[in-house]
Design a protein. Sequence first.
Length: 273
Amino acid sequence: MYRFLLTGRWVLTVLIALLLIPACIRLGFWQLHRHEARVARNNLIGASLKAAPVPFDSLSPRPGFHVPGDLTWRTVTATGEYDTAHEFVVRQRTAADGGTIGYFVITPLKLADGHGEVLVNRGWVDSGSDATQYPPVPAAPRGTITATGRMRADETSASSGIRDRGGLPDRQFMLINTAEQAKATGATLLGGYLELASTDPAPADQPQLIPAPDHSDIGPHMAYAIQWWLFAAMVPVGLWIMIRREARERANPAPDTPAPTAPPIPAPAAPAA
């Protein structure tokens, strides 16, 4: 009854189905792992943002220090005076609205304990009408201040996907990178940088602060995983339905339809006498 499965067409059909099942299962687990990684990242960010602030230089003790993933977003503080002479901006950065392109304002902060300097991302400003000129930037507070914010790792082209390039106007860069700035200025910059959330005392004017990252969205990966597993379950069901239909059609072939016959041609009538 099922000898037709040995034909070339059906052998190929069954082989494709057998390959689709593990492929769909594997893709489902891939999406599940992405879901788990997203949840773990959100939990880490949430815990880091809620943690009590610690001094920046207690986590990043030296120049060239690579900030690991479990310290990224950790709440940190830095006390000292801004080094406005070495302030710079980072191009092509998005405002809090997610659509407006401008600059991040980065100002080094000389630590009061003398352990070096920390790059502080003071926030976002509009690019203005001339991208070849340094943009209007609210002045950094004078005197000793305490900056509180989120610890971030140095940006590189590999980690950020941003292509570093030369030939930019004075004090404009593409990346926030302490090694690059230390080479340019000779300052002792601790690895990583501080993404500002608040300043004590609060300044009268400042760039637009960067909002804390959203760590509530888990993404669609779990739904995608379930879809792939449903596809894996549907493949054998669909294959069995196709096989049964083929078997029924072969067991009960449709009767041949007789060819239509033309109506008889009437004989011509005899002529009248």
